[in-house]
Design a protein around this ligand. Sequence first.
Ligand SMILES: [Mn+2]
Length: 356
Amino acid sequence: MLNNDRAARVRKNMKKAGLTQIVVSSTESVYYLTGVYVQPMERFLALYLTDDGEATLFANEIFGLASTPGLPVVTHRDGEDAVRDLAGAVRPGTLGIDKFLYSKFLIALMQARTDVKPTLGSAPVDLARMCKDEAEREAMRHASQVNDKVMGEIQKQVRAGVAENELAAEVNRLYRENGGTAGPQLVCFGPNGADPHHGGDKTVIKRGDSVIFDIFAPVGRYWCDMTRTVFFGEVSEKQREVYELVRRANEAAEAKVKPGILLSELDATARGIIADAGYGPNFTHRLGHGCGLACHEPPDVSGAMDIPLEPGMVFSIEPGIYLPGEFGVRIEDLVLVTENGGEVLNQFSKELTVIK
Ligand SMILES: [Mn+2]
């Protein structure tokens, strides 16, 4: 069934972008518009949407979508030309293409229809997805409540002799117990925390380590994503200083969240606090990323994004300081932009915590 409210928003965005027809192929975007959730792997799935009301799903018959109520579905079989039917349906002229459509399908489409001019066409759906509607806001709140609970449980399991990958596996068990799905959790001890994307390996905890938990999973269809850093056994003066600095950067950026503020201003706020203390070069990534049906989705929260916050946006605020060979600290919450401010979706404490 086509979600008419969402399709109307996408069509409005198409008009602004000067697009009369688009092909939507990412799993999340097709789900957003139709409620159909399929991960097609190497096979073909595409929703063709026009500005004048047409909406047709093109899908491999193996997905079992032939009788989807309220949505025409054109199926093909394995071994057949997967884009044949779509190529027959699109109109001459400019055609917006999903950024995630495989080039093998795009090139086949271009060869079949030389009168069609493909252009990047994800923005109309991305911009609609960026501002969550009421049902989505509730789903995001729920996912982050689950994350708060998982964070509380996993911190109780920090103990002498434990390895990163044991805790990572336990995080996934806790997600499954609470309606979430497993994934590659980031659990980093001591110097491993200086690599922002270090995954949990066999490293065993040592007294005085910082312990980063960057944990994320879809709960239902919507993602949570939160990071906390704690210390094991004891905390040094330098660790304390860096921790409080990151926390101040996180809280200062969160306090600024309201409609109209630029995304780049949030990044500048956190980055300025860290740079003023001399750690600018050690904050190596953007402040945050949009989160929703995908863990990472528009908007970027970076210095390059001079676009204003709008109600319904959900993104992470996750400053970090990374000291190679020593330790790392990152603190991350998801924040929802409300009509007149910001709602931090994670309630889990940011007080400096030393686990004995
Ligand atoms: Mn994140």
